[in-house]
Design a protein around this ligand. Structure first.
Ligand SMILES: Cc1cc2nc3c(=O)[nH]c(=O)nc-3n(C[C@H](O)[C@H](O)[C@H](O)COP(=O)(O)OP(=O)(O)OC[C@H]3O[C@@H](n4cnc5c(N)ncnc54)[C@H](O)[C@@H]3O)c2cc1C
Length: 463
C-alpha cells in the first residue's frame, strides 16, 4: 500500500505533458482564478475547446491586497517540487520570472538552520523566489495568454445538474450582481480554503465531503526590506531557520528570508500558540538579530513594506474519497481540498500536483458519467504526503509546547525523525533524503526506511 503511494507520487512528480490529449469537453469551468485555479485551467486547456475561469476578486491591482486571498502578502516560498510542476505546465516561466526580478537560488545559496546550526547540503534543486502576488501574476499572464482560456469577473453561487452530473454553474456578475447560468461540461472548484462547495452539494442532495481539522494556532509576521545591489553572487539568498520551542527566540520558532523581486528581502517570522510573532519593527529586528546572520543583514536596509500579521487557527482538509453519492464532472483542487500549516510551504506545490492528477485522470479515458473517484484517489496520495509532513510536524511541536502525553508508536516515529533531523546537520545523504521530502520531490515514506534511520543514528553517535 505504501509502495503504491510512493510509486503514484513519483509518477506525478516525474510525469510529462500529455502528448496527444483528447478533447473531452466543449466548455470547462474553473471557479476561483488564483494559483490552483489557473494551473487547473492550464491543464483543462488541453482537453476542452474553451475554459472559463470565474473569479470574484479584482486581480492584479499592484499594491492592493486580494480580499479573496487574505494571506497573499505573507511570506511564501515555492518549493522546488512545485517549481518543477509549474515549469512543466508553463515552459520558460522560471527564466521569464528571473528576467523580471525573481531570484533563482541554487543549492549553494540556500541554507536551512536548526537551532542555529546549518544543515549539510541537501537537494540539488534550485528555488525560485518572488512574492506570492508576483508569482501569481506570472502564472496568470501565461495561462490567460492561451487562446482558449478566458475569465469572467463574477462570484459563483451554485450548480445545476443533469443525470447526476454538474451541467451548469450559477454566478453573480461582479459590480452589477446580475445572476446568470453558464452551461459547462466539467467544473473545477479552486475557491480556496473558504470554498462553499461542501454546502452547495449537500444542499443539492449529495454527500458532503468530510472535513478534518488540526489545531495549529500559527502567527505570521512578514515585512520587506531593501536589498543592496552590492550583494555578492555567492552570498546566501534564501534561508530558513527552525528553532525548538524550548529555545524559541522571543516566541519565534521559524524564520525565513528570501531575496525577491524589486531588489527586496522578504522576511517572515512565525510563532505558535499564544506567542505573537513580532509586531513592532524594533521587536522584529531584535528577533532577527538573534537568528543566523543573514536575518540581521536582510533587515538592516530600509523598510519597503511594513510588518503585516496573519493568524491561522487550523490546518484543514476535505476528504472526497468517502463520498458515495457525489456529482460527476466535479472536482476540487488547491486549498479548497487541503490548506496545510503554512510554514511548510506546501500549498502551491500541492495545487500544482493536483493539476498533474487532473491531467492523469483526463488522459486515462475516465468514465465521466460517475463521480471522479480515480481523480480523488490520486489526489489523496498528494494530500496524504503533504499532510503527513506538516500536520505531523505541527502536532509534535504543539505536544512539546503543551507537554501532552504521546502514544508509544508516535514517540517511536518521532524519535526516528529526530535522529534524521539531527543527522542532516552533518551528513549529506541524510540531508538530501530529508530535503527532497520537504521540497515535495519525494514521498515522505522514504524517511521511514530503516537503513536511513540506522545511518542517521550512526552519524549522530559518530560511529
Ligand atoms: C500565511 C500563509 C503562508 C503561506 N505560505 C505558503 C508558502 O510559503 N508556500 C506555499 O506553497 N503555500 C503557502 N501558503 C498556501 C498558499 O497561499 C495557497 O496554497 C495558494 O494560494 C493556492 O491556493 P488556492 O489557489 O487553492 O486558493 P486561494 O489562493 O485562496 O484562492 C482562492 C480564489 O478563489 C476565489 N473565490 C473564492 N470564492 C469564490 C467564488 N464564490 N466565486 C469565484 N471566485 C471565488 C478567491 O477570490 C481566490 O482568488 C500559505 C498560506 C498562508 C495562509
Amino acid at each position: 500500500m505504501i509502495l503504491d503511494q510512493i510509486e503514484a507520487f513519483d509518477r506525478l512528480v516525474k510525469s510529462e505533458l500529455p502528448s496527444r490529449p483528447a478533447q473531452l469537453f466543449g466548455k470547462a469551468c474553473v471557479l476561483g482564478g488564483s494559483i490552483a485555479g489557473l494551473l487547473a485551467a492550464r491543464v483543462l486547456s488541453d482537453h476542452a475547446r474553451e475554459v472559463v475561469v470565474v473569479e470574484s476578486d479584482e486581480v492584479n491591482v499592484k499594491g492592493r491586497p486580494r480580499a479573496g486571498v487574505p494571506q497573499d502578502r505573507q511570506g511564501h516560498g515555492l518549493l522546488p517540487g512545485g517549481g518543477a510542476q509549474i515549469e512543466r505546465w508553463l515552459p520558460g516561466i522560471t527564466k521569464e520570472a528571473e528576467s523580471l526580478g525573481a531570484v533563482l537560488a541554487d543549492p549553494e545559496r540556500q541554507a536551512i538552520y536548526v537551532d542555529g546550526y546549518r544543515q549539510a547540503r541537501g537537494s540539488d534543486a534550485a528555488i525560485l523566489m518572488g512574492s506570492r502576488p508576483f508569482l501569481e501574476s506570472r502564472i496568470r499572464e501565461r495561462v490567460l495568454a492561451l487562446p482558449n482560456v478566458s475569465t469572467v469577473a463574477a462570484r459563483a453561487t451554485g450548480f445545476e445538474y443533469r443525470d447526476e452530473a454538474v451541467c451548469a454553474v450559477r454566478y453573480a456578475t461582479s459590480g452589477t450582481g446580475k445572476e446568470s447560468v453558464m452551461a459547462t461540461d466539467f467544473v473545477v472548484d479552486a475557491m480556496g480554503r473558504s470554498s462553499r462547495l461542501s454546502e452547495w452539494v449537500e444542499r443539492d442532495g449529495y454527500d458532503r465531503p468530510r472535513l478534518e481539522r488540526v489545531r495549529t494556532g500559527i502567527n505570521y509576521a512578514t515585512a520587506h526590506f531593501e536589498r543592496s545591489v552590492n550583494h555578492r553572487a555567492e552570498d546566501l539568498v534564501s534561508a530558513l531557520a527552525r528553532v525548538s520551542p524550548s529555545l524559541s527566540i522571543d516566541g519565534v520558532t521559524v524564520g525565513a528570508v528570501n531575496a525577491i523581486e524589486d531588489n527586496q528581502w522578504l522576511v517572515m517570522l512565525m510563532a505558535y500558540g499564544e506567542n505573537g510573532a513580532a509586531t513592532s519593527m524594533e521587536n522584529f529586528r531584535s528577533a532577527c538579530g538573534k537568528l543566523p546572520p543573514i536575518f540581521a543583514k536582510a533587515t538592516s536596509g530600509a523598510v519597503t513594506r511594513d510588518i503585516l500579521t496573519y493568524h491561522q487557527a487550523d490546518s484543514r482538509r476535505r476528504v472526497f474519497a468517502g463520498c458515495s453519492h457525489y456529482p460527476a464532472r466535479l472536482i476540487s483542487v488547491g486549498d479548497a481540498v487541503a490548506s496545510y500549516s503554512p510554514v511548510y510551504g506546501q500549498g502551491i506545490t500541492s495545487a500544482a500536483l493536483h493539476g498533474s492528477c487532473l491531467s492523469q485522470y483526463l488522459t486515462s479515458g475516465p468514465d465521466l458519467t460517475t463521480a471522479a473517484g480515480a481523480f480523488f484517489a490520486l489526489q489523496e496520495v498528494v494530500v496524504d504526503a503533504a499532510w503527513a509532513v506538516s500536520a505531523g510536524g505541527d502536532a509534535a511541536m504543539m505536544d512539546e509546547i503543551t507537554g501532552a502525553e504521546v502514544p508509544e508508536d508516535i514517540q517511536r516515529q518521532r524519535w526516528g525523525m529526530q535522529q534524521i533531523a539531527q543527522a542532516t546537520l552533518t551528513d549529506e545523504t541524510v540531508s538530501r533524503a530529508f530535503t527532497e521530502v520537504a521540497y515535495m520531490l519525494a514521498h515522505p515514506s522514504v524517511l521511514g526506511d530503516p537503513s536511513l534511520i540506522e545511518r542517521a543514528v550512526a552519524v549522530n553517535r559518530g560511529t
